[in-house]
Design a protein around this ligand. Structure first.
Ligand code: SF4
Length: 213
């Protein structure tokens, strides 16, 4: 387990939350009580950050809630931002959870040059901001169950809207194109270079040409 220090908070690294049942919430609350955790927050990437005063307190809390956490992907994807899609949102058009689980286990070359964040949105409202992530997915249309795919997006200090590299793709097609784009990035980007910088470095046209050749 890696830990990341925040101001007064520590994030439980390497794990994130999935959907929480009532029992999971109870377990979380009981663990916070037992370990005297004063404050807790959920990060934008569905991780848990807690205020704590000692390594022991942090470790005990982690052990207690470990059963309700799921490990982050180990294939080079650092985070998958995923809304509930058709499984738990009235606007949802697509099964985002299924796509997320396929990406979580996708066989990719590692190590990645830098963080690789993926976002999946269940409808065009795009609550997970896919165009601002390294890999972004949103439904192509309500009935087709197809996907739009963008690559090279970034938020933060130097925001960049990802380039649309595929539209109206079926599940197999979108997975194949993600694999191709990420593999190209992994092979050609310099260490520490995020996808947004990489696409600008090689130029969007050259990147697209290599991707579709
Ligand atoms: S993008 Fe937002 S509105 Fe659309 S399905 Fe996801 S959570 Fe619901």
């Amino acid at each position: 387990m890696n830990t990341i220090k925040n101001t007064g908070f520590r994030t439980i690294g390497g794990y994130q939350l999935s959907l929480l049942s009532r029992n999971d919430l109870k377990q979380l609350s009981e663990a916070a009580d037992a370990c005297e955790i004063e404050r807790l927050r959920f990060t934008p990437s569905s991780q848990i950050a807690v205020s704590c005063t000692s390594e022991e307190q942090f470790s005990q809390f982690f052990q207690r809630i470990k059963p309700i956490l799921k490990p982050l992907p180990t294939n080079g994807i650092s985070t998958i931002f995923c809304c509930g899609g058709c499984n738990d949102c009235d606007h949802g058009l697509a099964d985002t959870d299924h796509l997320a689980s396929l990406l979580q286990t996708m066989d990719l070359p590692v190590p990645m040059p830098a963080k690789l964040k993926v976002a999946i949105a269940g409808c065009p409202r795009c609550c997970t901001m896919p165009r601002l992530r390294d890999v972004g997915l949103s439904p192509y249309s309500g009935k087709s169950r197809k996907w739009n795919l963008s690559f090279g997006g970034n938020g933060g200090i130097k925001p960049r809207i990802g380039d649309v590299i595929g539209t109206g793709l079926g599940l197999d097609e979108v997975l194949a194109l993600i694999h191709k784009a990420v593999t190209l990035y992994q092979k050609e980007a310099k260490s520490g270079m995020r996808t947004a910088t990489f696409v600008e470095h090689v130029s969007k046209d050259v990147f697209l040409e290599k991707l579709h050749q």
